[in-house]
Ligand binder design. Structure first.
Ligand code: ZN
Length: 174
């Protein structure tokens, strides 16, 4: 179909509707499995019929996120990806918030001035050390598997954006 540039009336109405097409179905399918695990354990939509505590879901999401950040992909208990387990926890928490079922036991707010002050300190540190030393990471990014010379690898490691790196003649040809 060619794009005529004109929008038909049904499409014009459609754009204001819920944009399901923007959600990747891969993640949604995995989330379905994680939510089904919960439904097998506690009964489907159990969280709609009882108050849920914000701290419980925050802690669960953080545990899964932290395990993932520390290099573990799959939750040994369920066989489900840690990121999906975190998303499932947040899904229940947000649904509870929408449904008026969330018992909000978050702590009293930190005054905004604290973060303003911290941002000033952060800025000072970055100004003192403007060139970031390459981080030590678990897996090398793909571009390190290419055959760059040592000079170019240092240039890439110190650049904010890979696309801004000016490679030597030899490397830019490889
Ligand atoms: Zn080079």
């Amino acid at each position: 179909m060619k794009d005529s540039g004109k929008m038909n009336p049904k499409d014009a109405l459609g754009v204001a509707k819920n944009p399901h097409c923007c959600v990747p179905l891969t993640v949604l399918a995995e989330l379905g499995v994680a939510m089904m695990e919960g439904s097998r354990k506690y009964g489907r939509h159990n969280y709609r019929c009882t108050d849920i505590r914000a701290s419980i879901y925050y802690d669960a999401a953080r545990r899964h996120l932290d395990a993932w950040w520390e290099g573990e992909d799959i939750d040994k208990d369920s066989g489900i990806h840690h990121l999906i387990k975190a998303i499932a926890s947040l899904t229940v928490c947000r649904d509870g918030e929408i449904q008026g079922k969330l018992y909000d036991d978050r702590p009293p707010k930190t005054p905004a001035v604290f973060y303003k002050h911290l941002a000033k300190i952060t800025k000072g540190v970055i100004e003192k050390y403007p060139n970031e030393v390459k981080p030590y990471i678990n897996k090398k990014p793909d571009y390190w598997t290419w055959s760059f010379c040592t000079d170019c690898i240092v240039k890439i490691a110190n650049a904010d954006e890979y696309s801004t790196v000016k490679l030597c003649k030899k490397c830019s040809l490889s």
